[in-house]
Design a protein around this ligand. Structure first.
Ligand code: PMT
Length: 400
């Protein structure tokens, strides 16, 4: 899948820069054309001679060539590429990319790049865990960039932890997967639900939940990137959908989400229901703010909302694929399996709040996929983007 693919390999100042040599060799062996762009600090760790020999292309580092004064066009380079990979990516470069600080050829090229961007961080465990780095990575994810999570192990500092750049073979595998599935959903229409629902109590209060929409938006992006036309029905979240193939419908309550889903569903090939939908709403919405008035107790009467997944499960056509999510806290597999059957789904994605790094708001998830043939596949802790790719790969096997 990498044959004739044009890859910009950005190299920054980390000891992991020595792995870039293996990375280039693996990419070139697979038939890719590699153009290296290296930061000044990167050159301290690996020589341009090594990199140009392996990539069979002159290495670019400066804005212009010292020999003849000609400019290296970051814009042309950005447009030339089928993918840009920054490996290793230091905390500094990640910070510059997140904030558009274009003071070197690598970051200017990144800002001009229209192709998908993959970032493989490499740094000390405390630098990686620092909120500044995590926030910058979150920003890059929100730009639609792929973060190739670093591995755990011994670091250059001799400390043990998460921060080692992922191994070259694994990075190449991720690029291959990307190109394999790139257009696999062309001409397919997919419905995704995401985020929480708010059930009004009075003009200032509601019943809601902690869903941020991150998982659902990652699914929408993953489908759109594979060529699908996506309708994303979202509850109240502060995210924006980047891909032009995503049509977004904003709703507030479970009732509004149900209406939108019922209208869209007949026209799609598949739906993934990731929203955290309130099962109950207040029976009556108070027209004015409820006053405390010295009352110690207060009772709210609730009534059940419609189950969107079960309703779609009841009207689905032959060939339409329907997937849901199950957020569990106990008896995870039993509960998820029972939801899968009750709602007539093809598969259900289980995430448990008992798993560290899984569930609401955070950027990672740990999922298991249960399908209606009784098969269960467990996945390791991954970024929500990577978890979304796994879910969409499963969907693709069923759409075939
Ligand atoms: O948004 P994030 O912060 O990234 O968090 C992601 C997530 C934890 C919300 C997500 O991964 C997730 O688990 N979503 C489903 C949460 C949930 O409501 O699960 P459930 O077990 O209550 O519902 C089972 C399925 O039925 C889900 O597909 C749900 O969308 C659907 N459902 C539930 C109730 C209802 N009235 N209508 C529905 O369609």
């Amino acid at each position: 899948m990498l044959k004739n693919k044009k890859i910009i390999l950005g190299i920054t100042g980390s000891i992991a820069a020595c792995k870039a040599a293996y990375l280039i060799r693996a990419l070139v062996r697979k038939g890719a054309e590699v153009q290296v762009v290296i930061t000044p600090a990167g050159k301290e760790f690996i020589t341009p001679l090594t990199l140009s020999t392996l990539s069979r292309n002159p290495v670019i580092s400066d804005f212009f060539s010292n020999r003849d004064g000609s400019w290296h066009s970051h814009v042309e380079l950005g447009l030339w590429a089928d993918a840009m990979l920054i490996a290793p990516a230091t905390a500094t470069t990640i910070g510059k990319m997140a904030h558009g600080i274009a003071d070197n050829m690598l970051v200017t090229t990144y800002l001009s790049c229209k192709a998908p961007v993959f970032i493989a961080p490499a740094m000390d465990l405390d630098m990686f865990a620092h909120p500044a780095t995590q926030q910058n990575l979150s920003t890059l994810r929100s730009f639609g960039n792929y973060i190739i999570e670093p591995a755990e192990g011994e670091l250059a500092s001799r400390l043990e932890g998460k921060g080692r750049m992922e191994e070259p073979d694994r990075i190449v595998e991720q690029l291959e997967n990307f190109f394999t599935y790139q257009n696999s959903l062309q001409k397919k229409k997919i419905l995704i639900t995401a985020g929480p629902t708010y059930e009004r109590i009075d003009p200032v209060r509601f019943i809601g939940n902690y869903s941020s929409g991150k998982m659902g938006f990652a699914l929408a992006e993953a489908c759109a990137r594979r060529g699908a036309e996506v309708t994303l029905i979202s509850g109240p979240v502060s995210l924006s959908a980047k891909h032009p193939n995503i049509r977004r419908i904003d709703v507030e309550s479970a009732g509004e989400m149900y209406q939108a889903a019922i209208e869209v569903f007949p026209g799609v090939h598949a739906a993934i229901l990731c929203a955290a939908v309130a099962d109950y709403r207040p029976e009556a919405v108070m027209p004015e703010k409820i006053k405390r008035e010295n009352k110690e107790d207060m009772t709210l009467d609730l009534t059940a909302n419609k189950d969107i997944a079960a309703s779609l499960g009841a009207i689905r056509r032959k060939g339409q694929v329907l997937a849901g999510f199950a957020l569990e806290t106990t008896d995870e597999l039993i509960n998820a399996g029972s939801k899968l059957r009750k709602k007539n789904l093809d598969f259900i994605v289980l995430n448990s709040l008992r798993e560290p790094g899984a569930g609401f708001r955070i950027d990672t998830n740990k999922i298991s996929i249960l399908d209606n043939k009784g098969e269960v596949t467990d996945y390791p802790l991954k970024s929500k983007q990577e978890a979304a790719s796994d879910v969409v790969d499963k969907l693709i096997t069923l759409l075939k």
